[in-house]
Write a protein that binds this ligand. Structure first.
Ligand code: CP
Ligand code: NVA
Length: 309
């Protein structure tokens, strides 16, 4: 059997996304049934960038499944001193049962999957953040049930988060509208993939520069930082260029009356979102963070544990 990697949501079928969301729900409701599911297995966690949620939720998730996780900062392993990614993938494949990696270059996660012989899970690259988007669609399905025909609006930088939400929306039957200013829009190649998936699913992908247009009728309003990891030196310019895309109470009022606010975190209150919204009644940001754990346990059960969806 070919390896079950999670490099991009676009690699998953509609049925696989639905199956993973269902499994995340089962794992959350009955964690005891999965205590030994990955007994004796190890997950190597390669981190080239900082992390709170991804690191902790994967490590705790592995422990809760009966396995073990190794935190491997590229500051400490030979990869950071120039050992080829292909050698790293082959060596780790001799020791562990899965790799989760957070890198700058998306090509590095792709290379780990190509050169290793074990499942690889993308823990965020400059291009994509599929585990977060899977957790988010799980969160949305918990709140709204069937997501078919609902709309998610994403405001701000057309970054890794925007890409993964855009690729995931058609897989769960949602329309997605993304509002970003010129120069900060999602990359064309991901928009093309999303449009193809949307055509197959009968959903819509709307790209606009108008925040009000994006949030109209939306069940969820989502944003992310204006400067992602690796873009720190552009922060001042990005803050100025993206200022009109802040999610505030007026914008939330322009969404559906039962709309929720989502953010992958970490959040910069006063920049991409006001404190009133981030900490307000419509915010579900900590449910999202919790659901990383359950969704990723489902992903590991599927990819490393061979669980049928
Ligand atoms: N949302 C997310 O991936 O958070 P971390 O950077 O803390 O892992
Ligand atoms: N877009 C953000 C997401 C952090 C979870 C970044 O890449 O820094």
């Amino acid at each position: 059997m070919s390896q079950r990697h999670l490099v991009s949501i676009d690699d998953l079928t509609v049925a696989e996304v639905a199956g993973l969301i269902r499994l995340a729900g089962k794992v959350k409701a009955d964690p005891d049934s999965y205590r030994t599911a990955l007994a004796g297995q190890s997950l190597a966690m390669i981190f080239e960038k900082s992390s709170t949620r991804t690191r902790v939720s994967f490590e705790v998730g592995m422990v809760q499944l009966g396995g073990h996780a190794l935190f491997l900062s590229t500051r400490d392993i030979q990869l950071g001193r120039g050992e080829p990614i292909s050698d790293t993938a082959q060596v780790l494949s001799r020791y562990v049962d899965g790799i989760m990696a957070r890198t700058f270059a998306h090509a590095d996660v792709v290379a780990l999957a190509e050169h290793g012989s074990i499942p690889v899970i993308n823990g965020l690259t400059d291009d994509l953040h599929p585990c977060q988007a899977m957790a988010d669609y799980f969160t949305l399905s918990e709140i709204f049930g069937n997501l078919q025909g609902r709309r998610i609006a994403y405001l701000g930088d057309g970054n890794n988060m925007a890409h993964s939400l855009m690729l995931g929306a058609p897989k769960v039957g949602m329309d997605i509208a993304i509002a970003s200013p010129e120069g900060y829009q999602v990359e064309d190649r991901f928009a093309a993939q999303a449009r193809q998936a949307a055509e197959a699913a009968g959903t819509q992908v709307v790209l606009t520069t108008d925040p009000k247009e994006a949030v109209a009728g939306a069940s969820a309003v989502y944003t992310d930082v204006f400067a992602s990891m690796g873009q720190e030196e552009e922060s001042a310019k990005r803050l100025a260029d993206l200022a009109g895309y802040q999610v505030d109470e007026a914008l939330m009022a322009a969404a559906a009356s039962d709309a929720i606010f989502l953010h992958c975190l970490p959040a910069h209150r006063g920049e991409e979102v006001t404190a009133e919204v981030a900490d307000g009644a419509q915010s579900r940001i900590f449910d999202q963070a919790e659901n990383r754990l359950h969704a990723q346990k489902a992903i590991m059960l599927w990819s490393m544990g061979g669980v049928t969806l």
